[in-house]
Design a protein around this ligand. Structure first.
Ligand SMILES: Nc1ncnc2c1ncn2[C@@H]1O[C@H](COP(=O)(O)OP(=O)(O)OP(=O)(O)O)[C@@H](O)[C@H]1O
Ligand SMILES: [Mg+2]
Length: 522
């Protein structure tokens, strides 16, 4: 694709005066932006700011109402995804868009499969090229397996492999790291940097500001569909970025001290074959217990057993000192356990229900007769949570599928908060949500703990898990590798345990950074 040699500082991609309206929502209003060849350009902003809308316009998914797109100074039109591909625009979308019944390799090469001598698709070649791409990403995925049933992380990796299979002039990544483990993120960053160094223009959308600072050369902030600022990363601080995004200063990680009470939930020698083994711990009233570990370490599997989705193969679960049998999620809910799942699309939302119906969904009268509320009371409750989490919407009657990715996740969180549990299990609760809502989720979790709930907080976001947890259990390959109290928790210590290394090998001079993205005032 490199018919033109990249020259530094030259705009490879320019958008001028782009606007896009969806019914009542003006998603983008007259935005302009340029990405240079050989640059990684961050695009940040709150949920609903219009980032994915711009990405989809560049990918040929949406057609803008107004504005122009230029590639290497020449105006181009992107009426559909095939045109985007032909122009050398490769896109990793925020939500994986894979075909569940096709194989991994078929998904990677869907648009442009390798062909043999007589133009027939070469399956063997396809498998070989897919394997090569995965090797480059350092992931173990069976290229011949069907996509159905794969985790979000694996699906995201397939999307990334798909984008890398194109010889791109522009590479656009819309929150590519949301489901990835630290190791996979590092691999991806190495590849993205290499891609940039080959002269590709990279646009990188992320809510993780530590990633933005680690990876990007310049950043652009959108707020409410408008361009706010573009500046070199070197000229910006976390506090600046947050202020531009939210429009005000924000205090990160507002964890309050809470009195730790009696054990609410105890787990003894709990095992599930193939998932985790001999796991023992207790969660106390007022306590936030962090579960850290790499993707696949067994954190979600433990949560699923505690919520009665999967059965344990051995061990005991006690609630309030008494052994319980949690045969189903409704039994767990009755026992006072609520679970915000990791894969909020598959497990969390009815996308063609309204926001209000989704939030009040689990409060089924059968489970909670006392909460048999009027429709209007339901709406008030839903509206309260939607406001608190700053769901950007035209109203709680809006259908969930018309919300931006992050706003959909806020609805799931609101839904489980509304069940009034004793023990709340949160699985990656702030993945993909913006900094303002993240702080709000942290505040709500901290308040819930202070009011006596026991909280199990699963997160791959290390700064977050370090700042919010009273105690951290680090899982490695299905076993508890370390238990770290808040006062001793550092990123190094958790990462060492998570990757199966023993603490004794820790360099003594390791700096005791508590948070990578910067705690305290921003
Ligand atoms: N297909 C659609 N129909 C109706 N409204 C839409 C549609 N797609 C996006 N919107 C609205 O446009 C606005 C911008 O959404 P967009 O997905 O671009 O946000 P975003 O910046 O990517 O947010 P996030 O960080 O949550 O992914 C939101 O208010 C959203 O509800
Ligand atoms: Mg988005």
């Amino acid at each position: 694709m490199s018919d033109r040699a990249p020259s530094p500082d030259r705009a490879r991609l320019e958008v001028h005066g782009i606007s896009k309206r969806f019914d009542a929502t003006l998603a983008l209003s007259d935005v302009s932006l340029d990405v240079r060849a050989g640059e990684i350009h961050a695009l940040v902003g709150e949920n609903g700011a219009g980032k994915s809308t711009l990405v989809k316009i560049l990918a040929g998914v949406h057609v803008p109402d107004a504005g122009r797109i230029l590639l290497d100074g020449r105006e181009v039109h992107v009426p559909d995804p095939i045109a985007a591909r032909a122009l050398g625009i490769a896109v990793v979308h925020q939500e994986p868009r894979l075909f569940p019944d096709l194989s991994v390799a078929e998904n990677v090469f869907l648009a442009d499969p390798p062909r043999g001598r007589y133009g027939a698709i070469s399956w063997r070649e396809m498998r070989r090229e897919a394997d090569a791409l995965f090797e480059q990403l350092d992931v173990r995925l069976d290229a011949g397996a069907a996509v159905r049933g794969l985790s979000m992380a694996d699906q995201q990796l397939i999307e990334i492999a798909k984008a890398l299979s194109v010889d791109a002039r522009v590479l656009i990544l819309d929150e590519p790291t949301a489901s990835l483990s630290a190791h996979e993120v590092e691999r991806l960053f190495t590849i993205v940097r290499r891609t940039r160094d080959r002269g590709v223009a990279v646009l990188f959308v992320s809510h993780r500001l530590d990633e933005v600072f680690a990876l990007c050369d310049r950043a652009t902030v959108f707020r409410d569909g408008k361009h706010v600022v573009t500046a070199p990363i070197a000229d910006l601080t976390t506090a600046d970025l947050v202020r531009f995004m939210v429009g005000r200063a924000v205090t990160l990680f507002p964890k309050a001290e809470a009195a730790i009470g009696e054990a609410l939930l105890e787990v003894r020698d709990l095992s599930r074959t193939g998932a985790f083994r001999d796991v023992s711990f207790a969660v106390h009233a007022g306590e936030i217990l962090g579960l850290a570990g790499l993707v696949g370490a067994g954190r979600t599997e433990i949560a699923r057993v505690l919520f009665g989705i999967d059965a344990p193969s051995a061990g005991e679960i006690r609630l309030g000192g008494r052994p319980v049998h949690l045969g189903s999620p409704s039994a767990a809910l009755r026992a006072g356990i609520a679970y915000v799942p990791e894969d909020r699309h598959r497990d969390g939302l009815v996308v063609d229900f309204s926001i209000a119906d989704n939030i009040t969904l689990p409060i089924l009268p059968r489970l909670f007769p006392r909460l048999l509320v009027h429709r209007s009371a339901e709406r008030t409750l839903a509206r309260g949570y939607a406001e608190r989490l700053r769901v950007r919407t035209t109203g709680v009657e809006q259908l969930v599928q018309a919300l931006s990715g992050g706003n959909q996740q806020k609805v799931v969180i609101a839904k489980w908060l509304a069940t009034n549990p004793r023990v709340l299990i949160l699985d990656e609760p702030t993945r993909g949500i913006d900094i303002g809502a993240k702080v709000e989720v942290h505040r709500i979790v901290s308040d819930l703990a202070a009011s006596g709930l026991g909280i199990i907080f699963i997160s791959s976001d290390l700064p977050e898990v370090l700042a919010m947890s009273d105690r951290i259990l680090v899982l490695h390959e299905g076993r508890i590798a370390a238990e770290v109290p808040r006062s001793e928790a550092t990123e190094e210590r958790v990462m060492f345990a998570a990757t199966g290394q023993v603490a004794a090998t820790l360099p003594v001079s390791a700096p005791a950074t508590r948070t990578g993205a910067g705690g305290g005032d921003a």
